[in-house]
Design a protein around this ligand. Structure first.
Ligand code: FAD
Ligand code: MLT
Ligand code: ZN
Length: 482
């Protein structure tokens, strides 16, 4: 690659091959397009950065297929990218300057809404909030919900098997995806857009691509399952003495309200403090601080009095000492309560780098896991701030860490590996997972491999080799490149 002989550059040859496929406006080139290119070289949070050879913006599945075929012919790796909100570095190219970023941002079509079948077929670049809106416009709902929904895409949701705040009732992306269209690493298109709830015809290829993080192909479209709308909602914000009270409350809420329980989230006092400090317009619903807080949401489509039901649940919880204080909210007050929960991720960035630990253990083991991890963390770095919160109804905590007050980012990051290893050792001690919903990307790839048996790793590598023998589809993500 020399400036004196530009035609010898692999990216120049590739540029010549790709431009006729996607048009001049569909390729961004380093140098000429640096301003626009920068955002594709990093994730949304700015935690990971790389150097793309080119950024390609195809408009159709056929264009994606031609782009992937051209890259395969040139021996160039492809990095699929949606909204860039992934938290593990999966959508970011490496630093070599030789990987092509394939952005789905121009694949934004809604292909079909089948109201009777309760499905929607959308292209990969459609933003999650837009799927939710389309479903609402047809009197239905798409229940996947998370703080990044205004930017993350269906392709990214499929590729990461995204979770969020309604998994307790509806399941995550695995449960909500019925069919896929995927461009394979050699450029062939697998047309699997079946809106079937039952299909027992051999290996389940749709599920193979769920959570594959762009390493097996580019998802170009998906058939998603919709659900009946649940316009009646009631939300409670509760004060909890400890995490054991949260798991006990979860049992009470589920016993009384059954499938109407849509969300059961918790956040520690430290998490709330960070939100109140960094998110404008937020305020503490209670006059005094408490060790933990919970957010419970019930929803119903009929004429059930969900607010009354929630009050009944909370009454019972107070009688059993599961709750110290509670407010029930609906409408704008419920939105204010949700802002306290959804604001944590961004608020934590305001305190410097956040060491993200997206872990899960059995719900019954959550209190002991947190106690175990926090003692060990305080030994590794006294004063480290544990910003623990998440989807307790799924046994999933974001046991994130922020630097001690007064520390520089650099001094804190020097302890990052040891702190993360400490959290993961506690996860292992309780038989948990180090990635409940965010995936592995590059961030957790090696730690996950270290916890898997040789048999499991062999099977995973065999799958990768079978679908991507040249190893050019998002190499180095999920599994180390071979
Ligand atoms: P990207 O970040 O662009 O990509 C993520 C991965 O998917 C990469 O490996 C990429 O290569 C691959 N990919 C993207 N598009 C395709 C495609 N079309 N075909 C093949 N591979 C593809 N996640 C949760 O699960 N639950 C949460 O509650 C949650 N909350 C969040 C809150 C905030 C504030 C933020 C910033 C993130 C949150 N996330 C959460 C993480 C993130 O939003 C999800 O992982 C989301 O699914 C990523 O979608 P994306 O379009 O941004 O994907
Ligand atoms: C969330 O639930 O808010 C995110 O998944 C967690 C995070 O940003 O760490
Ligand atoms: Zn989460």
């Amino acid at each position: 690659m020399t400036a004196a002989d530009p035609d010898d550059r692999p990216d120049a040859a590739l540029l010549a091959a790709l431009t006729p496929i996607v048009g001049g406006r569909g390729v961004l080139v380093p140098g000429a397009d640096d301003d626009r290119l920068a955002s594709y070289a990093t994730d949304w949070r700015g935690a990971y950065a790389g150097r793309p050879a080119l950024v390609v913006l195809p408009r159709t599945t056929a264009e994606v297929a031609e782009v992937v075929r051209a890259c395969a012919a040139a021996g160039v790796a492809v990095v699929p990218q949606g909204g860039g909100t992934g938290l593990c570095g999966g959508a970011v190219p490496d630093a070599s300057g030789r990987q092509v970023v394939l952005s789905t941002e121009r694949l934004r079509g809604v292909r079909e809404v089948d109201v009777a079948n309760q499905t929607v077929t959308v292209e990969a670049g459609v933003v999650l909030a837009d799927v939710q809106r389309v479903a609402r416009e047809h009197g239905l709902q798409f229940p996947l919900s998370m703080g990044s929904e205004g930017r993350c895409t269906v392709g990214g949701n499929v590729a990461t098997n995204a979770g969020g705040t309604a998994v307790l009732r509806y399941g995550g992306m695995r449960a909500l995806t019925l069919g896929l269209e995927v461009v394979l690493p050699d450029g062939r298109v697998w047309e699997g857009l079946r809106g079937l709830r039952k299909d027992n015809t051999g290996y389940d290829l749709t599920q193979l691509f769920l959570g594959s993080e762009g390493t097996l192909g580019v998802v170009t479209a998906a058939v998603l399952a919709l659900h009946p709308a649940t316009p009646r909602r009631a939300t409670a914000w509760v004060a909890l003495a400890d995490l054991a009270a949260a798991t006990a409350l979860l049992g009470t809420v589920r016993a009384v309200a059954g499938e109407r329980v849509t969300s059961f989230e918790v956040m520690s006092a430290q998490s709330l403090a960070i939100v109140l400090a960094h998110v404008p317009g937020t305020r503490d619903p209670f006059a005094t601080a408490h060790p933990w807080y919970g957010l419970v949401e019930l929803a119903d489509g009929g004429d059930a009095d969900v607010e009354g039901l929630l009050e009944q649940v909370l009454q019972e919880a107070v009688e059993h000492d599961q709750v110290v204080d509670a407010v029930v909210a609906s409408g704008p007050r419920a939105a204010a309560v949700w802002a306290l929960r959804e604001g944590i991720s961004e608020a934590q960035n305001g305190e410097g780098p956040s060491l993200k630990h997206d872990v899960s253990v059995a719900i019954s083991a959550l209190p002991a896991f947190v106690a175990h991890a926090d003692v060990a963390l305080a030994e590794v770095l006294p004063g480290v701030r544990v910003v623990s919160y998440g989807h307790v109804g799924d046994g999933n905590l974001h046991h994130n860490l922020t630097k001690p007050v007064g520390w520089t980012d650099e001094a804190f990051l020097a302890h990052a590996d040891r702190l993360t290893a400490t959290v993961y050792a506690s996860v292992a001690a309780f038989g948990g997972s180090i990635s409940a919903e965010h995936g592995l990307g590059t961030a957790k790839r090696d730690a996950a491999a270290a916890q898997k048996s040789p048999v499991e790793l062999d099977l995973q590598r065999a799958l990768k080799r079978a679908v991507d023998p040249a190893g050019l589809m998002n190499p180095g993500k999920v599994l180390a490149a071979e």
